[in-house]
Design a protein around this ligand. Structure first.
Ligand SMILES: [Ca+2]
Length: 428
């Protein structure tokens, strides 16, 4: 990075954050001024599964997402953030290695970072090397046993079911039986239940993280927290469904595939077709009433996710850790909700590849702003290293730190981004 005036980039960021250059950021950073040592940020990386920017803070005024919106009000919200592959495992691999798919060689669900780039230091790995306590809860890597050496503790995972009703289980069993025992088939694509949040996996993950945060004392930490909503099936408590009036939900205006579109440009949403009640025939469209129910379920799942994020952010605040913790909220890939007559992810359409990215850096982003600059998931690794004053490992790194956009959100920036097509198993 080229020096900025007499200061290099790292010195400039420190000055901005810790008050040396004055202004709003400087005032917010006054509490650091009396420290003799450079203060260390903690990092809380919150990952959501299949969350497109369907949030109030992205202008989606119909959404009930007060907790993420509150985070956004103290953050830079990136309006044009793109994943590198619209599929869980390869997208997460890009964030966690800072490498593009051409270098990780991961474009499906069947490969782990530890196998494909075994000598590459990962994002949690670089924090661990620098003395941070590195923690993982829920779905961070796609494979829960990937990159185990980079965590200070055994990752917290919830195994087993994520449905409540016997009906869901019975239908799933029937659907599997009807497809020659193929266990990738499931029950209905949603359920509405009267259970507490922590009946479901994400509620349990939030419970665990809230407690674990209270036990962190003097260690700087890097905490990866992965929630699995709003991923299918949209199984969440009824109260989240009741936040939305189904009759007022807008259906997609472009509900048919583009005329003469190449077949490869749209996936055939096999992921959704494996749920009971969805037309299985190739290229068949989802009926309007089911479309409305699925959109309703996605919105309910986003609000359920928002509630779990809110609980974790509240725990961070209560524990006194919020003032020096960077919080990032990121979605691993987008999701189509009937646009182009299509569903889920797996293609390179805008709805598949554009993802939410919100970052709060105490003292730097307190006023809350949007940035329209292109950013990519591979950029997160070098950005966090810069913000935390960690040297990048001496290895191939393919992202660009977006810290200049945190300082000046409207500045000119990248003119392009890149995505790769996913391949292989399309279940998740
Ligand atoms: Ca995903």
């Amino acid at each position: 990075m080229k020096p900025k005036s007499a200061l290099n980039r790292r010195e400039f960021v420190k000055k901005m954050i810790y008050g040396g250059l004055g202004g709003a950021a400087g005032i917010a950073g006054l509490h650091f001024l009396t420290r003799k040592k450079t203060p260390q940020y903690n990092v809380l990386l919150i990952i959501a599964d299949d969350l497109r920017p369907q949030l109030g803070c992205y202008g989606e005024t119909q959404m009930k997402t007060p907790n993420i919106d509150r985070l956004a009000s103290q953050s830079i919200v990136f309006d044009h953030s793109y994943c590198q592959v619209a599929l869980c495992a390869p997208s997460r691999a890009c964030l966690l290695t800072g490498l593009r798919p051409d270098s990780t060689h991961i474009i499906d669900l069947n490969h782990r970072v530890s196998e494909m780039v075994p000598n590459h230091m990962t994002l949690p790995g670089v924090f661990k090397k620098n003395g941070y306590l590195t923690l993982s809860a829920g779905k961070v890597y796609h494979h829960g046993n990937d990159d185990m050496a980079s965590w200070s503790e055994e990752p917290f995972k919830i195994k087993g079911k994520d449905y409540c009703s016997d009906y869901w289980k019975e239908i799933a069993s029937l659907n599997i039986k009807n497809h020659s025992g193929d266990e990738s088939y499931g029950g209905p694509p949603f359920e509405k239940t009267d259970v507490p949040d922590n009946f479901y996996k994400d509620g349990k993950v939030a419970d665990y993280v809230c407690k674990r945060l209270t036990k962190i004392k003097n260690n700087p930490f890097f905490y990866g927290v992965g929630f699995i909503k709003p991923h299918l099936p949209f199984n969440v408590p009824r109260r989240y469904w009741e936040m939305y009036d189904p009759s007022s939900l807008k259906l997609p205006s472009n509900s048919k595939p583009p005329v003469d579109a190449a077949e490869l440009s749209l996936a055939d949403f096999q992921e959704l077709r494996k749920y009971y009640g969805i037309p299985e025939e190739k290229h068949s469209l989802v009926p309007e009433e089911m479309t409305r129910q699925l959109i309703h379920g996605y919105y309910a799942s986003v609000s359920f996710l928002d509630a779990q994020v809110g609980r974790v952010l509240d725990a961070l605040e209560t524990s006194g850790l919020s003032k020096n913790t960077i919080v990032i909220l990121w979605g691993d890939n987008g999701f189509k909700l009937g646009e182009h007559g299509n569903w889920c992810k797996h293609s390179n359409m805008e709805d598949d590849t554009r993802v939410p990215l919100i970052i709060r850096v105490p003292g730097l982003t307190d006023r809350g702003r949007h940035s329209g600059g292109f950013v990519e998931s591979v950029d997160i690794y070098p950005s966090l290293c810069e913000l935390c004053d960690l040297d990048l490992p001496n290895q191939n790194m393919e992202g660009t730190s977006f810290v200049p956009l945190l300082e000046t959100p409207a500045r000119s920036w990248k003119k392009r981004y890149s995505v790769n097509t996913s391949g292989g198993n399309h279940r998740c």
